[in-house]
Design a protein around this ligand. Structure first.
Ligand code: GTQ
Ligand code: FE2
Length: 351
C-alpha cells in the first residue's frame, strides 16, 4: 500500500540525522544511480589540430621539456574541465618534443600509448630500448616500464598520448618513480622487440608475459599496407568499415591490458550505420576527411574532421561516420577493461 508513513519535514530531519552517522537514503538516489541506460557526464567533442598546432608549438617558448618533465597539452573533455580526462576512464594529450630535447626517465603504473601525429626523429625508450617514431606509428609504454623520450631530428615532433590514468586514479593504484639519471641506460638496439616478436615467431623457450604485448611499436607503414591489401578482398562492416585491432602476438588478445587500440579504413564515400557501444572512444584522424554524426533527433551533432584532428565519443552515444575521401582513423578505448569485467556492450542499428 502507498500510504505515506511520514511527512517531508520528518524525512528531511531523518536524513540529516543519518547523514551525521555516515549514511544516506538509497531511495532518494536510486533513479540517478541505477539507470535504464548509461548516463555519462563527458560529451562528444573535436580538437581541431590546425587550430591547436600553434598553441602547442608556442608552449616550447614558455617551458622546456626538461622543466615540464612532459610538455603535454591535455585534451580535456569540455564537461570534465579540471579533471585531466578526455572521458571518465581515459586521458589524452598532445606531447611536443623539440629537436635535441629530452623528456626524463620515469615509470608509473598507468599505461600509455603514443600515436605519432607529426615529425621525424623522435623516439621513446622503453626499458632502454629506443623506438624511433614516424607519423601513424602506434607505440606502447606498458605499466611500470621505464621510459624517456627524445628528438634526434631537426623538426618538432608531436604525438598523442593515451593513458588509462583516470581509471587507475579512480581505483587509487597510481605509483610514480623517477629514474636517478635523465635517461635510462641504453639496452637492446632500436627495433629489437619488433625484430624478435613481430614476425609471428618468438625465441624458443620464452614464456610470454600475458599482460602486455612484447612489441612496443606497431609501425604505420605495416598496418597501413595491411589495410590497403585487405580493402580488395574484405567484407566491409556496415558499422566500422574495415577496422582492425592491434594485438599482442603472443596471446592474440589486445596489445595493451587496459586500453584497446584500433586502426580503421573508410573508403571515399563510405557511410557507416548507427552504432552504440559502452566503450569510451577517442579517434585520431591520420588520413582523409569526413564527419562523425553523434546523437539523434534534436540532439544530433555533426562533427566535421580532417587529418590530425582528434574526436571523442563517450559511452553509448549513437554515432556514425562518413568519409569524404579515403579515411584512416586510429582509435583507442576502454573496451578491454569493460570486456574483462563482463560489462562491454554494443548496439548495432536499432537492434
Ligand atoms: O610521456 O611519460 O601525457 O607520464 C602523461 C603522463 C605523458 C609520458 C602524458 C606521462 C607521459
Ligand atoms: Fe610517463
Amino acid at each position: 500500500m502507498d500510504t505515506p508513513v511520514s511527512n517531508a519535514e520528518e524525512r528531511q530531519e531523518y536524513y540529516a540525522k543519518i547523514r551525521s552517522h555516515g549514511c544516506a537514503p538509497l531511495w532518494e538516489n536510486l533513479e540517478y544511480l541505477v539507470t535504464p541506460e548509461p548516463v555519462i557526464t563527458s560529451v562528444p567533442n573535436l580538437w581541431d589540430y590546425s587550430e591547436l598546432r600553434d598553441d602547442l608549438l608556442h608552449s616550447a617558448n614558455l617551458i622546456t621539456a626538461a622543466e615540464a618533465e612532459r610538455r603535454v597539452l591535455m585534451l580535456e573533455n569540455p564537461a570534465l574541465e579540471g579533471n585531466c580526462s578526455i572521458t571518465e576512464s581515459l586521458f589524452a594529450g598532445l606531447q611536443l618534443i623539440m629537436p635535441g630535447e629530452v623528456a626524463i626517465a620515469h615509470r608509473h603504473t598507468p599505461a600509455a600509448l603514443r600515436f605519432i601525429i607529426e615529425g621525424s626523429g623522435g623516439y621513446t625508450s622503453v626499458n632502454g630500448e629506443k623506438t624511433f617514431m614516424e607519423p601513424g606509428d602506434f607505440i606502447i609504454t606498458p605499466s611500470w616500464t621505464w621510459h624517456d623520450h627524445g628528438n634526434e631530428g631537426t623538426e618538432p615532433v608531436v604525438w598523442m598520448d593515451g593513458l588509462d590514468l583516470p581509471l587507475v586514479r579512480h581505483i587509487g593504484a597510481v605509483f610514480l618513480e623517477r629514474y636517478p639519471d635523465e635517461q635510462f641506460p641504453a639496452g637492446p638496439p632500436p627495433g629489437d622487440s619488433l625484430n624478435r616478436y613481430g614476425s609471428n615467431m618468438r625465441p624458443v623457450g620464452e614464456v610470454p608475459d600475458n599482460l602486455n604485448s612484447p612489441i612496443f611499436s606497431y609501425p604505420y607503414a605495416k598496418s597501413r599496407e595491411t589495410l590497403e591489401n585487405l580493402r580488395k578482398s574484405s567484407d566491409w562492416d556496415p558499422y566500422h568499415g574495415l577496422k582492425l585491432e592491434y594485438i599482442d602476438p603472443t596471446s592474440g588478445g589486445p596489445a595493451m591490458s587496459t586500453i584497446s587500440t584500433f586502426l580503421q579504413l573508410l573508403p571515399k564515400g563510405f557511410k557507416t550505420e548507427k552504432y552504440q557501444t559502452t566503450e569510451n572512444n577517442v579517434f585520431s584522424i591520420i588520413e582523409g576527411s569526413g564527419r562523425t554524426i553523434v546523437g539523434e533527433g534534436d540532439d544530433e551533432q555533426i562533427i566535421e574532421w580532417q587529418e590530425r584532428d582528434i574526436i571523442v565519443v563517450p559511452c553509448w552515444y549513437p554515432h556514425r561516420l562518413e568519409a569524404d575521401e579515403d579515411a584512416v582513423i586510429f582509435s583507442f578505448s576502454d573496451k578491454v577493461v569493460q570486456t574483462k569485467l563482463g560489462l562491454w556492450r554494443e548496439r548495432r542499428g536499432n537492434a
